[in-house]
Design a protein around this ligand. Structure first.
Ligand SMILES: [Cu+2]
Length: 121
């Protein structure tokens, strides 16, 4: 005789709630015209923030380099605001009228991925 033994399989479904608490990835630029916009050039050749806002006039940047050199250029004006060596933090400023600008690192190999939009109002 052939006996089939039935086994009751209890599948415990554990609902894992993965709340990715991405620290600090807020919309970076609530700075007033007095405050510097902080931009970090990360080792993966990306900016930590890709959208910034500022008021027209003198716009100040704080540029932080992780372990790779970067610069910050306002592409539309072809003007370099700041450049930093590895593990360095520098500041720089530029006069900007209202408009939308692209801040880019022009170091060869960085330009395609290190791009952000700065809205000046
Ligand atoms: Cu760079």
């Amino acid at each position: 005789m052939f006996r089939t033994r039935k086994r009751s399989l209890t599948v415990a479904v554990t609902a894992a709630l993965l709340l990715a608490a991405c620290g600090g990835a807020e919309e970076g630029g609530e700075a007033t015209s007095e405050d510097a916009l902080t931009v970090v050039g990360e080792d993966a050749l990306v900016w930590d923030v890709e959208e910034l806002e500022a008021e027209a006039g003198t716009v100040e940047f704080e540029l932080v380099c992780e372990n790779v050199n970067h610069n910050l250029v306002i592409e539309e004006l072809d003007e370099e605001v700041a450049e930093c060596a590895a593990n360095e933090t520098v500041t720089g400023s530029i006069e900007l009228e209202e408009g939308e600008y692209t801040y880019v690192c022009t170091i060869p190999g960085h330009e395609s991925t290190m791009r952000g939009t700065l809205t000046v109002s």
